[in-house]
Ligand binder design. Structure first.
Ligand SMILES: [Zn+2]
Length: 163
């Protein structure tokens, strides 16, 4: 499975760029990150379902160069990306990570839900409370406490203007 992108220009001049699929040895990152119109980029990674080690090695230098050229924020890290982000500190060098997708579990429905969590909701060592989208009951966070590490550097460094 490859990687695809959708690009949308917002009223504030920023570009919404959503990547979907997997980042691996067959991914042409140059093509995906190049040829974008001028402007800041909000990169949504909630559609990335796989990110392997070869893909990461290629990603890091390209992304770093990319983020140096224009303001870049990251939104909606998927589960697969969070797992890598928490192991590899420079995965998003130069960019601000604003949100991720986190696994929660509703005991009432016996169902798992992937919920978007904003950096502003996260306290160190504690998962933000989330309500079940089906029944409205309180859900349990369903991962290890370090999961939200991917969002914490953003806050500690002091968040800039919210985009
Ligand atoms: Zn429920």
């Amino acid at each position: 499975m490859g990687l695809s992108r959708t690009v949308r220009r917002r009223d504030d001049g920023w570009l919404d760029v959503a990547l979907t699929g997997s980042i691996d040895e067959s991914t042409d990152l140059d093509a995906l990150l190049a040829e974008l119109p001028q402007g800041g980029v909000r990169l949504d990674l909630s559609g990335i379902d796989r990110l392997n080690s070869i893909g990461i090695h290629r990603w890091i230098p390209r992304f770093e160069a990319f983020a140096r050229q224009r303001p870049t924020t990251i939104e909606g890290l998927s589960y697969a990306v969070v797992m890598q982000t928490n192991c590899i500190t420079n995965l998003f060098a130069g960019a601000t990570v604003r949100s991720c997708v986190a696994p929660y579990y509703c005991a009432g429905c016996d169902a798992a839900h992937a919920v978007r969590v904003d950096a502003s909701e996260v306290e160190p060592g504690r998962a933000p409370g989330k309500r079940c989208p089906t029944c409205g009951g309180a859900m349990q966070f369903d991962e290890l406490p370090g999961y939200f590490q991917c969002l914490l550097p953003t806050r500690l460094a002091g968040a800039g203007p919210v985009r």
